[in-house]
Design a protein around this ligand. Structure first.
Ligand SMILES: [Zn+2]
Ligand SMILES: [Zn+2]
Length: 247
């Protein structure tokens, strides 16, 4: 029994990590910030992963995130711990996200360059089909109880880690650059680099989040590997700073 639970948790963790790679490399660094341009096969692969493992509509994610950068920790920030308290952002991040994501006017305003495509209409906008398919496949491999546990663990972990980037990484941690976000290496290890959030707000168009020696950004390794395979083009090799270093 313990082995089954352990295997279910391991599968759930692996699903979250795959979702995290697609979130940071595709949704965040490529789509929202254009820090890296991915080849068409890589874009399609990421779109499928996002559909199967998160149910997120990429244009909505990009719009909410761009609004966060436009109004960071100001009143209009969709999920600011400075405005709402970090516990509220941590626990209600999904609701805060949906408030903007479901507002078509705001999505149009912040993601004008990402219109709904035919493929979105017939497939990728149907989150329940993607998530249902994933659940069915995991259950087919692990059995009903272990399968449900694996999928449930994946969702709780993925949503908690995404919330932590917005809540914890705007509250606790180091601020080597002059912005309200923070760097947390432990969170970066669990989120494929997203925890180096102070660096990211300092250089939002940089495909690399690790800016100082000793910092680890696994998302950057995937981008470098894709670049070596001629599947990705990086916008700037040297990060362009939007906020200066703290003194
Ligand atoms: Zn932020
Ligand atoms: Zn960003």
């Amino acid at each position: 029994m313990l082995t089954t639970i352990g295997l279910a948790l391991l599968v759930g963790f692996a699903l979250t990590q795959i979702a995290n790679v697609a979130t940071t490399v595709y949704l965040h660094r490529s789509l929202a910030h254009r820090a890296v341009t991915l080849s068409r096969p890589l874009v399609m692969m990421n779109r499928v992963v996002v559909w199967l493992l998160t149910g997120i509509r990429p244009r909505q994610w990009a719009a909410v995130h761009r609004k966060h950068h436009a109004f960071t920790d100001e009143e209009a920030d969709p999920h600011s711990p400075l405005q709402l308290g970090w516990v509220r952002v941590q626990l209600t991040n999904v609701m805060l996200y949906r408030r903007v994501a479901r507002d078509e006017e705001q999505v149009k305003k912040f993601a004008r360059d990402l219109p709904q495509t035919t493929l979105d209409r017939i497939l990728f906008d149907h989150a329940l089909i993607g998530l249902g398919l994933t659940t069915a496949v995991v259950i087919a491999f692990l059995g009903v109880w272990a399968g449900v546990l694996a999928v449930a663990f994946h969702f709780v972990l993925y949503l908690s880690l995404s919330a932590a980037v917005n809540a914890v990484a705007h509250t606790f941690g180091k601020r080597p650059f002059q912005n309200s976000a923070t760097n947390l290496q432990w969170l970066a290890l669990l989120t494929c680099g997203e925890g180096l959030h102070n660096n990211h707000h300092a250089a939002p168009t940089s495909a690399r989040f690790s800016l100082d020696p000793g910092q680890i950004d696994p998302g950057w390794w995937f981008i470098r590997a894709a670049q070596s395979a001629h599947q990705a083009t990086i916008r700037h090799e040297t990060p362009v700073l939007a906020t200066p270093r703290s003194t």
